[in-house]
Ligand binder design. Structure first.
Ligand SMILES: [Mg+2]
Length: 309
């Protein structure tokens, strides 16, 4: 198979990044002295970055297409076909022609490969990077930067259904454009609606689980991978950020299960909103509000407002 590589771009680092390279020391994991690591799990769209990838829904009577942004999707998908302005629409799960076709890898023809046609994820990232920082850097961007800069183990757990390599290639585009100092220290990457990944890794042989359920599976797998790779240390800390309330609900449920299995480790869930966040620590019998705050000035990664934990 021909691997499409992007040309290396030489783009100067922005001012905030330059300050950072000179002034910012590497920070050790919070429980480093006890052998614990801090693991950062990120939803991607509207949490790390805002991309313009459209979601397409279909009119029940006419079949006409209507596009939605992923932000609109997060807020209204539960109403599609049921109530409100999206009552007369439906979701089509066909990977090639349906609602999420732009969130999957396209099958490229020989000619497409010759002309180096890109997967939409890569071209959407390139498009986003041409905009001002504040328009594409989403609420967890600074946290993603912080975790990458300090080599924290990172998992990307996204509803997208691309190949793992496509997600990594997309993040490489961000690195090559000077917005990250180097690639993340990946623990795992789960594009959870990729059919092969669903069947082989997420316990979904009949492709029946919802995105939120698939994310639950991906979190559990990532915690298990973390323990396999970094040892079973009671001082490990895990945090996952996501902007979709339904996902946050099931992430919290899964973290409660994990807390029962690994009671000494720490688990946090961070729900992000456009300009704020709510952080919850999962305790054995209950949850604890671990803080909330306003997010400002996402263009200055040297002062991350949102630290996961
Ligand atoms: Mg999201």
């Amino acid at each position: 198979m021909i691997k499409i590589r992007l040309k290396r771009k030489k783009v100067p680092l922005n001012q905030a990044q330059m300050e950072l390279s000179f002034q910012r020391p590497l920070e050790k994991d919070r429980n480093h002295h006890l052998g614990g690591r801090s693991f950062y799990f990120f939803d991607f769209d509207d949490n790390v970055a805002y991309l313009t990838t459209p979601i397409v829904i279909f009119n029940k009577k006419t079949g006409a297409e209507r596009t939605m942004s992923s932000g609109e999707w997060a807020s209204y998908h539960h109403t599609i076909g049921k109530e409100g302005p999206l009552k007369d629409y439906f979701i089509d799960y066909d990977d090639e022609h349906g609602t999420f076709r732009y969130f999957r890898d396209q099958k490229h023809t020989f000619i497409d490969k010759i002309v180096r046609k890109k997967q939409t994820f890569l071209s959407d990232i390139e498009k986003a990077l041409q905009q001002a920082d504040y328009s594409w850097k989403a609420p967890s961007w600074n946290c993603f930067y912080h975790a990458t800069y300090n080599h924290r183990p990172i998992s990307v757990i996204t509803a997208r259904g691309h190949q793992i390599e496509t997600i990594q290639d997309g993040i490489d585009v961000i690195v090559r454009n000077g917005h990250l100092p180097h690639g993340p220290n990946y623990l795992s990457v789960y594009p959870v609606t990729n059919p092969e990944i669903r069947k082989q890794e997420l316990n979904d042989p009949e492709l029946k689980l919802s995105v939120a359920d698939l994310k639950r599976e991906a979190i559990r797998n990532s915690v298990e991978k973390a323990i396999e790779k970094y040892g079973n240390n009671p001082h490990h800390r895990f945090g996952m950020s996501d902007d979709d309330p339904k996902n946050v609900e099931l992430i919290t449920t899964e973290m409660k299960e994990l807390k029962k299995i690994y009671p000494e480790m720490s688990f946090f869930v961070i729900q992000t909103f456009e300009d704020s966040y709510v952080k919850t620590e999962i305790l054995e019998q209950k949850t604890r509000n671990a803080g909330k705050g306003k997010l400002q000035n996402l263009t200055k990664p040297s002062q991350p407002q949102l630290k996961l934990f």
